[in-house]
Design a protein around this ligand. Sequence first.
Ligand SMILES: CC(C)(COP(=O)(O)OP(=O)(O)OC[C@H]1O[C@@H](n2cnc3c(N)ncnc32)[C@H](O)[C@@H]1OP(=O)(O)O)[C@@H](O)C(=O)NCCC(=O)NCCS
Length: 196
Amino acid sequence: MTVHVSLQGLAPTPAIVVSDEQASHVAPREALLDAAFGADRCEKTSERLREGRMPADRLALVATSGTRLVGTVRLWNVTLGPDRPALLLGPLAVDGTVRAAGIGGLLMREAIARAREEGHRAVILVGDEPYYRRFGFAAAKMERLWMPGPVERSRFLGLELVPGALDGARGLVSPTGREAPRWQGLELGQAWRIAA
Ligand SMILES: CC(C)(COP(=O)(O)OP(=O)(O)OC[C@H]1O[C@@H](n2cnc3c(N)ncnc32)[C@H](O)[C@@H]1OP(=O)(O)O)[C@@H](O)C(=O)NCCC(=O)NCCS
């Protein structure tokens, strides 16, 4: 998906392209996430559902402007309770110099469209409700789900891609994605962080 948005500070303004993440995006993505969330971001509860796993198929996206990575979003296979497949969205981040230009929205809309195309039924996340409600996320129907660690209830949000997909949702959210390849006992992401 290619979209022209107005980016002050990037002149001339290249189009923003939302596309599948590639291996060459790992380093700039990690740097962007460190800048957006801080180096302790891997201690978050959501990380317990991502560590050691691959993102869901077709659901690791980047936004680029020319050769520059300016945004990232990834979604992960989980189950809500024992037998309710869903996706966990996050992290979503946009380069601090180009925020409020619509890039986060582009990434979110493309991710949700692809999730629907892939036949997923629901997406959950932990994040700011005032931001995510514009995409349809709400805390309703999430009360009886819990994460593998502490989470603020008001930030624990869900989106039904299929009406009723979160009806009666109950139980622990657990990871179900493919295991990530390992390099000398380290996940590739960790290996890069040590090498950097
Ligand atoms: C949240 C984030 C991804 C949004 O990306 P973006 O490209 O700036 O978003 P968009 O341009 O699509 O949307 C901008 C709008 O979202 C609003 N917004 C941004 N962050 C918000 C937040 N945390 N809560 C409420 N509204 C927020 C802006 O005020 C703006 O509102 P407007 O449309 O009324 O002007 C980006 O601000 C970011 O990377 N933040 C740091 C990391 C982060 O907090 N990630 C999300 C986890 S909760």
